[in-house]
Design a protein around this ligand. Structure first.
Ligand code: SF4
Length: 273
């Protein structure tokens, strides 16, 4: 089925083939595709910059269960309210300032959010919360994030995730988390020369960030710092620079609807960056 993109009006099939003009698509038809966890390791390590890394992430097919899920949602599992829109149906690449001094690490794309729009935290209630807060803090050019190509830009901050494909029930398996970890490792490595701080949204992102830092040879406090809202840990890069890791409850509806995470709490966590 082919539907019109909500911003450009151009027709796209679902999932969206790379290099066909989707706003913000970092890949082309020639982008190298990882088909196994071993190929993720190779292609992540050899990505020369953030643009190449994002392109390779966005076409990855290393986890059969997640590839099947993200594509089936894009074709037959669409939410009725989005039936007239094309679904991205691919991994969510990083989004934001490629020269950022701050990273936000999320858990994984949402089936009808990033998996539909192709951009991190875009098109769902979690994104409404996050981008409104980033706009209040001066990192986002607008408070709304409803579709790729909607004009949103981030300054000084970049958003990545522990897992880049939408998982069933929002629960990636330990094997899938491990398979996706090299993409995060490379994101940290490429950011290291300027990185000052990271915001981990939820305990999985916190653990993934600590594990990535360890694999890169950074000094990480022992015992492992425990996740909590407003928890902080200081990591030290191999070059001796300190990077502050700040914990924050995830901006999921379970937390924002119940008041577990308030706007003031989110603003305070972002201010620590
Ligand atoms: Fe590739 Fe990560 Fe998606 Fe697995 S979860 S297919 S490693 S992008």
């Amino acid at each position: 089925m082919t539907c019109a993109h909500p911003v450009t009006g151009r027709p796209f099939p679902s999932p969206v083939p790379p290099g066909t003009g989707w706003p913000g698509d970092p890949a082309t038809a020639a982008t190298a595709v990882a088909g196994t966890p071993g190929e993720v390791v190779e292609l992540a390590r050899s990505a020369s910059d953030v643009a190449e890394l994002d392109a390779r992430v966005s076409v990855c097919r290393a986890c059969p269960r997640l590839v099947e899920w993200r594509e089936s949602v894009a074709v037959t599992g669409r939410r009725a309210s989005f039936a007239d829109q094309p679904y991205w149906g691919r991994p969510g690449p990083g989004f934001g300032d490629p020269a950022a001094e701050r990273l936000i690490v999320g858990l994984a794309p949402a089936a009808n959010g990033t998996n539909r729009t192709g951009r991190m935290f875009t098109g769902d209630r979690s994104g409404d919360w996050l981008y409104a807060a980033l706009h209040r803090a001066g990192y986002a050019t607008q408070p709304q994030s409803w579709a790729s190509g909607d004009g949103l830009e981030l300054r000084g901050i970049r958003i990545v995730a522990a897992v880049r494909c939408a998982p069933p029930a929002n629960k990636p398996t330990p094997q899938e988390r491990a398979a996706c970890a090299p993409w995060l490792d490379r994101d940290l490595e490429l950011a290291t020369p300027r990185l000052r701080s990271m915001l981990a949204l939820g305990s999985i992102a916190w653990d993934a960030s600590l594990a990535a830092a360890r694999r890169l040879g950074w000094a990480v406090p022992r015992p492992k710092p425990a996740f909590g809202h407003a928890a902080e840990a200081v990591l030290t890069t191999t070059g001796g620079r300190e990077v502050r890791l700040v914990g924050c409850y995830h901006v999921s509806q379970q937390n924002t609807f119940t008041g577990k995470l308030t706007e003031a709490m989110l603003d305070a966590a972002i201010a620590r960056l």
